[in-house]
Design a protein around this ligand. Structure first.
Ligand code: N01
Length: 473
C-alpha cells in the first residue's frame, strides 16, 4: 500500500511519523520550502500560539523544554523541524498538489511536473492556509507596501505610518511589537472581539528544569491543564453555563487595561463571547492606548495611493497590513478532487463542506482529511485532535489492507451530519455574528461542537459498519 500525504504541517508530519513507524511507504507533498505549515508561514512580529506550550507538542514526542508558558512561532517551528529530522521525514518540497483524481485503480496525485498513483491519500492542508485579502475599492492603486499578515517576509516597519486592517488574533499579536517601532499605527476595526488575558511569561529556570528532568512532571502538568481547559473553557466558549463568567472576565480585562471610556466602548463587542474566536492577549489593549496608535472604527470607503479613506477623510499610510484572516471555509481549494465517476468533491460541498467525523466523504474512497470540516476547536489544542485523526486513519489503513478499498456510506454520513447539526445549533457559534467558523450562508463548517476528549473517544477506531468495501485497494 502506498500513501500520499498532502502538507507537512502538524497534521502531515504526525501522519508521516506513524506511517514511517509502521513501515508503510508514503510520500509527503509540500508546496512550501520547509515543514511547519502555518508555523512556517506566519512569521509576523509577535506570532505565537495562545494554547499553553505544554499542550502544543505530540504526545509521542513531547517537547518538555519550552522557554515560555505560551510558545512563540520560532520555537514551534524549531520543534516541527526537529520532528521531521528525528524521524527522517523528507517531504517533496516546492511540490504543490493541484489535483487528486481517482482513475478506478487508485488516486492520481497531480503536481505541476508529475502524475503519480497512490492507494490512499491523506490531506493535511490546514483550515487557515490561504490568506484572505478583501477586495477593497482602490486597493491596487496604493503606492506603498501592502501585504497579508501571513506573508510578512522579514519586513521592518520602523518609523513608518502603518495601517493594520482587522483586529483578530493575528492583528492582536502583531500590533503591539509593530507599534513599538512604527511612527504611527492606524488600527481599522470592523467588529470588536472579546479579549481574555493571556498570562504569558518565560518559565523560571527551575520550572523549566523540572519539566525537563523530573520524570512525569511534563506529562502530569499536561494532563492537568488539558482537563482544566476541557472543563472550564469548553462550556464557556460553546455557549454553556460559564459564558457569562467569560464576559465578566473579558470586561474586567478591558476595564483594567483601557482607562478611556470612549475607547472602551469602541472595543466592547455586541455579541456573546465565543461566537467569534476569542482573542487571548494581554498586550493588545495596552498597545491601543499608546499615543502613536489610533483605533479607527469608521468603515473603510476605499484605498487611495496615499492611504486609507474613511467617511471622515484620508488617513495616510506608508504600509498596509491585511490582518484579514483566511479562506477558512473553502476546504482543500485550490486543489480539484474528482472520483472515478468524475464527481467533483467541491460540487458535493457547494453548500458547505461536510465529512464523516471530519475525515471522509461519501463517494471518495480511500481519501482522508486531517483537520477537515468541523474539527477545529475554539478552546483546546489542535494537536490533540490531529493525533486522534491520525490514529483513526491508521485504523482505516488496517481495514483497507484486510477488506479492500473503503468508502463511508451515505447512511453513516447523514446520521452523523444530523447529530452534528443538532449539536452545532445549540452552540454560541450559530448566534448572530460573522466569523471564520461559518460560510456566508451561516453554515458552521469549521468547528467541532463537543469536547476534544469526546472527539477522541468517537474516533478511537473506525467502525466497519459505517463503510462499504470494494475490490482492490
Ligand atoms: O483572522 P480573523 P486572524 N474590512 O479571521 C477583519 C488563528 N490564530 O488571522 O470580524 C475590514 O480572526 C475581520 O473583521 P470582522 C485563530 O484561530 C491563532 O486574526 O470580520 N476588516 C477581523 O477583524 C484565529 O481566530 C493564533 O468584522 C476586515 C480580521 O479582519 C485565526 O487564526 C494566532 C475585512 C480577520 O480576523 C484567524 O485569525 C493567530 C474587511 N473587508 C491566529 N475583512 C494562535 O495563537 C476581514 N476583516 C493559535
Amino acid at each position: 500500500m502506498r500513501v500520499a500525504i498532502v502538507g507537512a504541517g502538524f497534521g502531515g508530519l504526525c501522519m508521516a511519523v506513524k506511517l514511517t513507524r509502521s513501515g508503510i511507504p508514503h510520500v509527503v507533498f509540500e508546496k512550501g520550502a520547509g515543514v511547519g505549515g502555518t508555523w512556517r508561514d506566519n512569521t509576523y512580529p509577535g506570532a505565537g500560539c495562545d494554547i499553553p506550550s505544554h499542550l502544543y507538542s505530540y504526545s509521542f514526542d513531547p517537547y518538555c523544554d519550552w522557554s515560555r508558558r505560551y510558545p512563540g512561532q520560532p520555537e514551534i517551528l524549531a520543534y516541527l523541524e526537529m520532528i521531521a529530522a528525528k524521524h527522517g521525514i523528507r517531504p517533496r518540497f516546492g511540490t504543490e498538489v493541484t489535483e487528486l483524481a481517482h482513475d478506478g485503480a487508485g488516486w492520481l496525485v497531480v503536481t505541476p511536473g508529475s502524475v503519480e498513483r497512490f492507494d490512499v491519500v491523506v490531506t493535511a492542508v490546514g483550515q487557515l492556509n490561504r490568506p484572505h485579502v478583501p477586495d477593497i475599492a482602490g486597493a491596487g492603486s496604493f503606492a506603498g507596501d501592502a501585504f497579508h499578515s501571513a506573508r510578512w517576509a522579514g519586513r521592518d516597519l520602523t518609523g513608518q505610518r502603518v495601517a493594520v486592517i482587522g483586529t483578530g488574533s493575528s492583528a492582536a499579536q502583531l500590533i503591539p511589537p509593530v507599534a513599538e517601532t512604527a511612527g504611527h499605527v492606524d488600527v481599522y476595526q470592523r467588529t470588536p472581539n472579546w479579549v481574555l488575558p493571556k498570562a504569558d511569561a518565560e518559565f523560571a529556570p527551575l520550572t523549566r528544569a523540572m519539566f525537563r528532568w523530573v520524570p512525569g512532571a511534563h506529562r502530569a502538568y499536561r494532563r492537568w491543564f488539558f482537563g482544566y481547559v476541557e472543563k472550564t473553557l469548553w462550556p464557556a466558549l460553546v455557549g454553556g453555563w460559564s459564558t457569562d463568567l467569560v464576559r465578566q472576565k473579558a470586561l474586567a480585562h478591558l476595564r483594567r487595561q483601557v482607562p478611556d471610556p470612549g475607547l472602551r466602548r469602541a472595543l466592547t463587542p455586541g455579541y456573546p463571547p465565543g461566537c467569534k474566536r476569542v482573542v487571548f492577549d494581554s498586550l493588545f489593549y495596552p498597545a491601543l492606548t499608546r499615543p502613536n496608535v489610533d483605533l479607527v472604527t469608521e468603515p473603510i470607503v476605499r484605498i487611495a495611493p496615499e492611504g486609507v479613506e474613511t467617511p471622515s477623510g484620508l488617513r495616510r499610510a506608508d504600509t498596509i497590513v491585511y490582518a484579514t484572516g483566511f479562506h477558512s471555509t473553502e476546504f482543500l481549494l485550490p486543489m480539484t478532487v474528482t472520483n472515478a465517476d468524475g464527481r467533483d468533491l467541491h460540487d458535493q460541498w457547494k453548500d458547505g463542506a461536510e465529512a464523516y467525523l471530519g475525515l471522509a466523504a461519501p463517494g471518495f474512497p480511500n481519501l482522508f482529511f486531517l483537520y477537515g470540516p468541523n474539527t477545529n476547536l475554539g478552546h483546546n489544542s489542535i494537536v490533540y485532535m490531529l493525533e486522534a485523526q491520525v490514529r483513526y486513519v491508521m485504523g482505516c489503513l488496517d481495514l483497507i489492507a484486510r477488506r479492500g478499498r473503503m468508502e463511508v456510506t451515505e447512511g453513516a454520513m447523514s446520521a452523523y451530519t444530523s447529530a452534528l447539526n443538532r449539536a452545532l445549533a445549540a452552540t454560541v457559534w450559530s448566534r448572530d455574528c460573522h466569523s471564520w467558523y461559518k460560510t456566508a450562508d451561516g453554515k458552521i463548517t469549521n468547528n467541532w461542537p463537543r469536547t476534544a476528549r469526546e472527539y477522541r473517544r468517537i474516533t478511537r477506531r473506525p467502525r466497519p459498519g459505517a463503510y462499504k468495501f470494494g475490490a482492490g485497494r
